[in-house]
Ligand binder design. Structure first.
Ligand SMILES: Cc1cc2nc3c(=O)[nH]c(=O)nc-3n(C[C@H](O)[C@H](O)[C@H](O)COP(=O)(O)O)c2cc1C
Length: 150
């Protein structure tokens, strides 16, 4: 059975919701998926799964989640060859550096040798109906990519 780990960083709940939806959609696609908050997760836990997902908020001016810095710094040091990853996160289009943490985590996964399974997905604040469709598609693409490369 295909496995996944969905890791999120969230202060006001938007990214937790994104991650919960990804986790539930993966389960609907028969993936054995686990949801975890970033500060209680070691990046090397991705070594034990097929599909790796990060849902981060962006703070400051394009800053990464403070509580996820160890995780972020460890990620590119891993060997995630053969794994498929996806990054989806909520930011606020009010900011010039809109949801840039999503791109930063995607780049860290690429450095670790993982393959991008779906385009980076950025969501403006809370998930709306259109975002929900995009998250469902994002999740389907992750699974389809893994099916192709496994
Ligand atoms: C002080 C502060 C700084 C922020 N800086 C950014 C930013 O640089 N870029 C961005 O896209 N969003 C920024 N945001 C917006 C949050 O990323 C956005 O509200 C997000 O949905 C929060 O996710 P969460 O509900 O999971 O905590 C900022 C919000 C606050 C309060």
């Amino acid at each position: 059975m295909t496995s996944a780990l969905v890791v999120y960083a969230s202060i006001t709940g938007n990214n937790e919701e994104v991650a919960e939806i990804v986790n539930e959609e993966l389960k609907k696609l028969k993936v054995n998926s686990t949801l975890k908050e970033i500060s209680i997760t070691n990046a090397d836990e991705f070594e034990n799964v097929d599909i790796c997902v990060v849902c981060p908020y962006t703070y400051g001016e394009g800053d990464l989640p403070e509580e996820g810095m160890d995780f972020y710094e460890d990620l590119p040091t891993l060997n995630l060859k053969g794994k498929v990853f996806g990054c989806a996160g909520s930011g606020d289009t009010y900011y010039e550096e809109f949801a840039t943490a999503v791109d930063d985590f995607a780049n860290a996964f690429i450095k670790a040798g993982a393959q991008k399974g779906a385009e980076n997905l950025k969501i403006d604040l809370a998930v709306d109906e259109n975002d929900l469709k995009n998250i469902i598609n994002f999740t389907k693409e992750l699974v389809a990519t893994f099916e192709k490369v496994k």
